[in-house]
Design a protein around this ligand. Structure first.
Ligand code: SAM
Length: 426
């Protein structure tokens, strides 16, 4: 989401006639987008800001901070990092042009920190860095208020874009040559159509998947509470809708889930998984897990381990719980020692590594269509991605980038597969 926010912000700058420079030292304006989901990411910001120096002309370059740390720290930036002249959270990106006007008019400190917006960040122009896969935001902000999470406080209230705007952006992307579209939102499947068309999320998926020229459609991140069987039916009905679902679990213990205010139990989550596993096309599953949330007992943690063994995800993104400012869980008692969090994280990652080795080994001899995303000159290998989001490396050439090719798996590690090109090109 941050990557795409930056792409849209770059579009705003391009529309003003600005041009990107390769070398930071040549920039007249530096906008630095930030993340505060865990403390480590937020801590980096001030030290990184220290590295931005004077502009080529000798005049101090204008430096702005965007994103969640900007929202969280607000005007404190002007005290701790006096070189900063613009601070703007993502809920205020729609007023960025006005803020830049004020800077250009000579104002030395400008802010966009209001959170009570109903607007989405619409741009006339977006600079997309990936030439094949385009991100497309359908819903911004978050109303979930999970007790560990800073997002509702930094990205503002949940607001959905109208289906006609989304569909016309998708059509435009196809016209520009993109073949893969990824719909984005903090809770992508909480999307509600504010337009009279009143499409459901599954209907929106179908409508985008049916656009001629769209070869792959993905969506992230889904919340289990809003994950309905019609989404699985849409995946079954549309081969262009990728058979991949990322469904954050956070914990396998219902007691911990209740304290996290996630809105589902272990059993309810497993029902959703059951529904996904019943799809006609095998759907690849990935998840997010937080270990060491306040008061997580060894028994709670064991329940998380037992759930990941039961589900057998293809990928797990796992994190140590990091207390965040102004969240309901901040400062609550029963903190788990950092060392113990580290031990649980390592144990969970080892269990998952073994699952991935086993699941990937089972793919030996199978063929997949991949979109080639890169080329590693040192190894002479092309890097492709399957519809199930698996990375497959295979002997290829730089010219393969952007092509859809069929690759047969010849060996498998925990995180990626190696293959050879099959005869028939897609
Ligand atoms: N909006 C998505 C949801 O709630 O399912 C997740 C978005 S968040 C950017 C990605 C992941 O970061 C979360 O699923 C969670 O596992 C992790 N995360 C969020 N807050 C965290 C915290 N305070 N400490 C550790 N991990 C955290």
């Amino acid at each position: 989401m941050n990557v795409h926010d930056s792409e849209k912000v770059q579009g705003v700058l391009l529309a003003r006639g600005m041009t990107p420079v390769e070398d930071l030292a040549q920039a007249d304006l530096v906008l630095y987008n930030t993340c505060s989901i865990r403390e480590k990411a937020a801590q980096k910001v001030y030290s990184r800001l220290g590295t931005f120096r004077k502009g080529r002309s000798g005049a101090a370059k204008a430096i702005g901070v965007l994103g969640c740390v900007a929202q969280q720290e607000g005007e404190r930036f002007f005290e701790r990092a006096p070189q900063v002249s613009l601070v703007c959270g993502s809920a205020s990106y729609s007023i960025l042009p006005q803020l830049l006007d004020q800077l250009e008019a000579g104002k030395s400190r400008v802010t966009g920190l209001a959170l009570d917006t109903e607007e989405c960040f619409e741009t006339e122009m977006t600079r997309r860095d990936n030439p094949f896969r385009a991100y497309l935001t359908i819903i911004e902000g978050c109303d979930q208020r999970c007790s560990f999470c800073v997002v509702p406080m930094t990205r503002g209230p949940q607001r959905s874009r109208a289906s006609d705007k989304i569909l016309s952006e998708a059509l435009g992307l196809v016209d520009q040559g993109y073949t893969e579209i990824q719909l984005l939102g903090q809770i992508v499947n909480a999307w509600h159509d504010p337009s009279p068309a009143r499409l459901s999320f599954a209907e929106l998926l179908s409508r985008v998947a049916e656009i001629p020229g769209v070869r792959r459609l993905r969506f992230t991140t889904s919340h289990p509470k809003y994950f309905t069987s019609d989404i699985v039916r849409a995946v079954d009905a549309h081969p262009t809708l990728c058979n991949q679902v990322h469904l954050p679990l956070q914990s396998g213990s219902s007691a911990v889930l209740a304290r996290m205010l996630r809105g589902y139990t272990r059993e309810e989550y497993l029902e959703k998984i059951h529904c996904i596993r019943k799809a006609r096309r095998a759907i690849s599953l990935s998840t997010d897990i937080i270990v060491g949330f306040c008061g997580e007992t060894l028994e709670d943690f064991e329940q998380t381990l037992s759930l990941i063994k039961e589900v057998e995800y293809d990928q797990v993104f796992s994190f140590k719980y990091s207390p965040r400012p102004n969240t309901p869980a901040e400062g609550s008692g029963d903190a788990i020692a950092e060392e113990e969090k580290g031990r649980r994280l390592a144990q969970l990652q080892e269990v998952q590594r073994q699952i991935q080795v086993r699941r990937n080994q089972a793919l030996l001899g199978e063929s997949f269509e991949v979109l080639v995303e890169g080329y590693q000159a040192r190894l002479g290998q092309a890097v492709g991605r399957s519809t199930t989001n698996r990375v497959i490396n295979f002997p290829g050439s730089p010219e393969d980038i952007g092509r859809y090719l069929t690759v047969k798996v010849t060996s498998a590690g925990p995180n990626s597969l190696v293959g050879v090109r099959a005869e028939n090109e897609a």
